[in-house]
Ligand binder design. Structure first.
Ligand SMILES: *Cc1c(COP(=O)(O)O)cnc(C)c1O
Length: 477
């Protein structure tokens, strides 16, 4: 185990000796010009981005990134919440190389299969909680949620209730950016851009106590939000509602942790009205909260789990849906499932996923998050920010946290222009070589799960420093 956390510099030196960079170096300016000329970035305002130029990330090791100017940046976000085992994992690269030579691709559509997808499915059945024995593969979290939608429809048709077609989701939830993913998600700015959405999807409130809880206690507010699901089911008619989908904690929505009362009540309601409970574990899965899956942290039992990100630690794209036995059995008995992707169960991605999950399991990475680094990170953040007049709430568990920037802590008053304050803080992080994300007026951290205590200290110190500079600009300190 000590090996796993201490041998990173050695791996790095070796990788560089072995071959150096795939692409010859250009100047930062040249890279930025070519990027502006030919590359459209996701979720970006290209007009304004092209004026300043993108930061060019050239390499990474452990929890650190380097840019083309040689700056060493600590990655408080594990890429986009995905690089759970950290950067520079030689064993993942080697497995991909070997698998590419042996069987780089074959499909699983036409009565064929291959060892990597079989081994991955077996391994997933071992690391997921009891009841999950079947897995369907795709290439991303978005496609995973598209798949969930298809599974929900197929399931209810198979058990003779084809009218159960409504799916209830939540405002400010994030379920990806395919048409179905974005329709399931509750991001207004995405919906506005997408006049035609998938039908039969309706949204209820998010369990965001800090912003919306008013005078209710968190426990009361959690129940109130959950009971909106019940009201919506009754409004639509339980015979028409197929599933509820939610992230155990909202990630892109701002690392919003629901009150403890929320999920047990959601589960009660789903069971009572015979509605499938679908957990989007794309961020929460593979150790983020210190449990293998975030629903285990919150104490509920979903019928499907959407997986991506940490499944391969982002080394190669892959998504999956874990399907509870009762649902899988109905699908298996229900005839053709008319859904699949050319790369479903891709052998190279599957081989990398197996190697990645073995690192998590055999290296004791998740136990370490649960017992050591997670509690250390949560405590350090709270101590460092306790005196900040700008931080109204810190939500999180394990190695994920959301810090609410607030105009007035006592009354939980939020900034009218919260997005601007968040971006101001993020700009300071950028200048201080810390990757910390801003979602509106919440600052988010989700570092690689292999981060050590010394590195946690660095993340926390830099985060507190940047939040302090933001508070100073606002005249709060
Ligand atoms: C990132 C994310 C997705 C989408 O995954 P992609 O791989 O970007 O398609 C879906 N759900 C959640 C909760 C996510 O965080």
């Amino acid at each position: 185990m000590s090996n796993l956390f201490e041998n990173r510099p050695a791996i790095h030196a070796e990788a560089h000796k072995a071959g150096g960079s795939v692409f010859a170096a250009r100047s930062t300016q040249e890279w930025q010009q070519l990027d502006a000329a030919h590359h459209l970035h996701p979720f970006s305002d290209m007009g304004s981005l092209n004026k300043v130029g993108s930061r060019v990330i050239t390499r990474a090791e452990g929890v650190y990134l380097w840019d083309s100017d040689g700056n060493k940046i600590i990655d408080g976000m594990a890429g986009l919440w995905c690089v759970n085992v950290g950067y520079g994992r030689k064993e993942l690269a080697e497995v991909a190389y070997k698998q590419m030579l042996e069987l780089p691709y074959y499909n699983t559509f036409f009565k064929t299969t291959h060892p990597p997808v079989i081994e991955l499915s077996k391994l997933l059945s071992e690391v997921t909680p009891g009841g999950f024995e079947h897995f369907f593969y795709c290439n991303s979290g978005s496609e995973g949620n598209d798949t969930v939608l298809r599974i929900v429809h197929q399931y209810w048709a198979a058990v003779g209730q084809p009218k159960k077609r409504y799916i209830i989701s939540r405002k400010n939830g994030y379920h990806g950016s395919t048409i179905a993913g974005a329709s399931l998600g509750g991001m207004d700015y995405m919906h506005e851009q997408m006049p035609s959405q998938v039908s039969n999807i309706v949204h209820i409130s998010q369990p965001y106590w800090f912003g919306d809880g008013g005078d209710l206690s968190p426990a009361e507010f959690g129940l109130k939000c959950a009971r909106e699901l019940e009201a919506k089911i009754l409004e639509l008619g339980a015979e028409n509602v197929g599933a509820f989908i939610g992230e155990p904690f909202q990630g892109a929505g701002g690392v919003i942790f629901p009150p403890e009362s929320y999920w047990p009540e959601i589960q009660r309601i789903c069971r009572q009205y015979d509605v499938l409970l679908c957990a989007d574990e794309v961020i929460g899965g593979f150790g983020r909260t210190g449990e293998w899956f975030a629903h285990q942290h919150f104490g509920f039992e979903p019928d499907t789990m959407t997986l991506a990100k940490g499944l391969t630690s982002g080394y190669i794209p892959m998504g999956a849906v874990a399907i509870r036995k009762k649902v899988a059995d109905a699908l298996i008995a229900g005839g053709d499932f008319n859904h699949g992707l050319t790369y479903s169960g891709h052998p190279v991605a599957a081989a990398v996923a197996v190697a990645n999950i073995k690192i998590l399991r055999e290296g004791g990475v998740i136990e370490r998050v649960k017992n050591e680094t997670g509690p250390y990170f949560q405590k350090a953040l709270r101590e460092a920010l306790a005196a900040s007049p700008l931080v109204g709430e810190i939500a999180g568990a394990g190695l994920v946290a959301g810090m609410q920037l607030t105009e007035d802590k006592a009354s939980r008053k939020r900034f009218a222009n919260g997005g601007e304050i968040g971006l101001k803080c993020r700009d300071y992080c950028f200048k201080n070589n810390l990757i910390m994300r801003a979602t509106g007026d919440r600052m988010l951290l989700s570092p690689p799960l292999v981060i050590n205590k010394h590195e946690i200290d660095e993340v926390v110190e830099k985060a507190a420093h940047c939040i302090g500079l933001t508070a100073r600009d606002l005249g709060m300190v």
